[in-house]
Ligand binder design. Sequence first.
Ligand code: HPA
Ligand code: ZN
Length: 327
Amino acid sequence: MTVADLPKIELHHHLEGAAPPEFIRALAAKKKINLDGVFDAKGHYSYPDFLGFLQCYTDATAALSTPEDYYDLTRAVLAESAENNVIYCETFLATEFCGDGDLVAWREYLSAIQQAATEAEAKDGIILRGIMTAVRHFSPEANRKAAICGAETAGDFLTGFGLAGDENSGAFADYKYEFDMAKEAGLRLTAHAGEWGGARAVRDAITDLNVERIGHGVGAIEDADLMRELVDRGTVLEVCPGSNVALRVVNRWEDHPIARLREAGVLVTVSTDDPPFFHTTMNHEYEMLEQVFGWDEATLRATNITAAKAAFCDDATRAQLLKKIGE
Ligand code: HPA
Ligand code: ZN
């Protein structure tokens, strides 16, 4: 079996960030929206650094303005994931892009995304769940609305609440109200931390927001005590090595701490984050892990078992995933 054939679970994925550039370009052309600066001469997303990436990402979403656009986006993105043998994906959603925090509008976007997911599941067997996301560089009002919309629509499809965006903007504790509201509504919690903010950020996310998973979390490698704490708590890291290389969190794949974290007993999983922005796919991530760190089929399968156990889904779905992975 090659790594391409392995059934994969992806826990860290942004829906707009997975939009194929040609999909966004076609939509923008149809609506006569100018996206100068979003793409380079080869038609790839183009940005100079992390903050530039966040801006490019937001600029590209100008093409996405209706629930129908999100239906088409979800179908396009899931077709790509299914080609990589992804059997289950959790995608981050943001109300700011989907009706600007208005609950009635959000329900329409969510319903369109869910419809696309249902059809993709019937066609390719891929299962999608959504994680409502507060975004650190958006306004406190926008993030409060994200929590309200998330709490109001928590259910079988929308199962999680997260925090993304510029990790250097504000403190984790600033989002405690939103995270408490989400938890009370039954949403499971994750936050981007330790992508840029080091071990300190990972500790703050666990302490201040009571999250069970951490987005990225690679900064934990700096702190042996924290790594032991992550092991003891069973906190799962949603690691996105290709993203970290593309955004220069680390300089080269060889420098990436995923193998060292795993050897220390930390529960790691593998995701793409924003695949076309980082010129990656799930197959590519797995090929690099095999080439650079010598991860064999058993190791990659074990990583997927960790992901299935940490997935924000119901137990019947989890059992189905574990069976497909071959546990
Ligand atoms: N980090 C923070 N925010 C994001 C990312 C990321 O990698 N991708 C999309 N939003
Ligand atoms: Zn992310």
